[in-house]
Design a protein around this ligand. Structure first.
Ligand SMILES: Cc1ncc(COP(=O)(O)O)c(C=O)c1O
Length: 282
């Protein structure tokens, strides 16, 4: 079965849908990526995504492609003005076999656009069902926060359930602290105070999480499983799905609360592209 090829993909600026088998992104996950919402041809939160891409490249010692070049390539793949998901991948490039990197690697950049239906208005209003995952996140401060290509923990976690009613899984680190969902960050409200887990040991510093940190007073600290179970409100966030209230966790009901609602409305005000489309059912 041939997997669907994104509508348009540029590899180092050329329309292609394959890369060299010696690419270190394939061999070792040696690279970083970004997934951005594109609305009416415009990437949402472009600067914040580019900052994280740059941070990731710096952490791995990869030359980050020029921002203006990426912007131009993003405009090329999104030129039909459709809504979609823009994916930017930067790898260290090709090398001989073995972990040692070449002295002057030529990074590979891949820019593609895939269709995106958005999140159903009912889901955004009523909230989603989530579960706890058995898979845990390893502690690695050198990779914490960045969106590197090694996503096997998320892949294993996502293999833990098939029930389409469950939208996300919550992950703890190997020492039992709650970190995030598989593809979203986590916020909780306890006694009227908003909090989110520290991401200095593992996890991805989400762009939507960063936006929320700029809007509200948020305590960033270690979060125990009990704190999640006892929270008055729980929500997940990501740059594609925006703010999603958690309505059920392992069967236990939570009501989407006032803090979640306030932040959802502030987000739709600031980023209209994330406002749910009442016509969307997926
Ligand atoms: C592991 C992980 N954490 C958090 C996020 C949320 O990040 P963002 O807000 O940048 O989409 C994602 C997004 O896909 C993710 O894969």
């Amino acid at each position: 079965v041939k997997p669907p090829v994104p509508a348009c993909t540029l590899v180092n600026g050329e329309a292609r849908d394959s890369i060299a088998i010696a690419d270190r992104g394939l061999a070792y996950g040696d690279g970083v990526f970004e997934t951005l919402l594109v609305d009416a041809g415009e990437p949402v939160w472009w600067d914040a995504h580019l900052r994280r891409l740059q941070r990731g490249c710096d952490a791995l010692g990869i030359d980050c492609p020029d921002a203006a070049l990426l912007r131009e390539e993003a405009a090329r793949v999104a030129q039909d003005g459709a809504r979609g998901v823009l994916k930017i991948t930067v790898t260290r490039g090709v090398s001989l076999r073995g972990y040692a990197a070449p002295a002057s690697p030529q990074p590979t950049r891949i820019v593609s656009l895939s269709p995106w239906a958005g999140v159903a208005a009912a889901t955004v209003a009523q909230g989603i069902e989530v579960r706890w995952c058995r898979t845990t996140l390893a502690l690695q401060p050198r990779l914490a926060g960045i969106k590197h290509l090694n996503r096997l923990e998320q892949v294993l976690a996502r293999r833990e359930w098939e029930d389409p009613a469950i939208a996300e899984g919550l992950l703890c680190d190997t020492e039992g602290r709650v970190v995030s969902a598989t593809a979203a960050n986590l916020f909780l409200v306890c006694d009227g105070r908003l909090a989110t887990p520290v991401l200095t040991r593992c996890g991805v510093e989400g762009v939507c999480r960063e936006w929320i940190l700029q809007q509200a007073a948020v305590a960033v600290h270690d979060v125990a499983r009990d704190a999640v179970l006892e929270a008055d409100e729980l929500f997940l966030c990501s740059s594609l799905r925006g703010i999603l209230p958690v309505a059920r966790l392992d069967g236990l009901r939570h009501a989407p609360g006032p803090m979640t609602r306030r932040l959802q409305h502030a987000l739709w005000q600031a980023v209209p592209a994330l406002r749910p489309d009442p016509g969307t059912t997926a």
